[in-house]
Design a protein. Structure first.
Length: 116
């Protein structure tokens, strides 16, 4: 059942969109890049370059039918691309079973800027 937000309606609560193959419990996305700095004779930074921009994504939840493999593309719902263009590719997957919990799946994926 969806939650009712009282007060500020400009905030998000929960995970709004289902993910194929799992019941999502958490989604995390983080943007990063490599940097190169140019320093003058005094050691002051006078220019900086941001390159190799990427977004790393972690999705975790209860397994239902997820079958993605490392190196394949993945449509990730509920993530922020931080302005990057490109597809997300699975970099790691794991499934966990235990005696007192649902079967779990964890997926790591990366969006490389401009690579589809």
């Amino acid at each position: 059942m969806p939650a009712t937000i009282i007060g500020s309606t400009s905030v998000s609560f929960g995970i709004p969109t289902a993910q194929t193959g799992m019941v999502v419990q958490s989604v995390n996305s983080s943007a990063s890049s490599d940097t190169a700095e140019l320093k003058n004779k005094d050691g002051d930074i006078t220019a900086v370059v941001f390159r190799n921009k990427k977004v790393t994504i972690q999705v975790e939840g209860a397994y239902t039918s997820f079958s993605g493999a490392v190196g394949t593309s993945l449509v990730v719902n509920n993530t922020n691309k931080f302005g990057l263009t490109g597809a997300s590719y699975i970099t790691e997957t794991s499934r966990t079973r235990s005696a007192d919990d649902f079967e779990r799946v964890s997926i790591s994926a990366t969006i490389y800027d401009g690579i589809s």
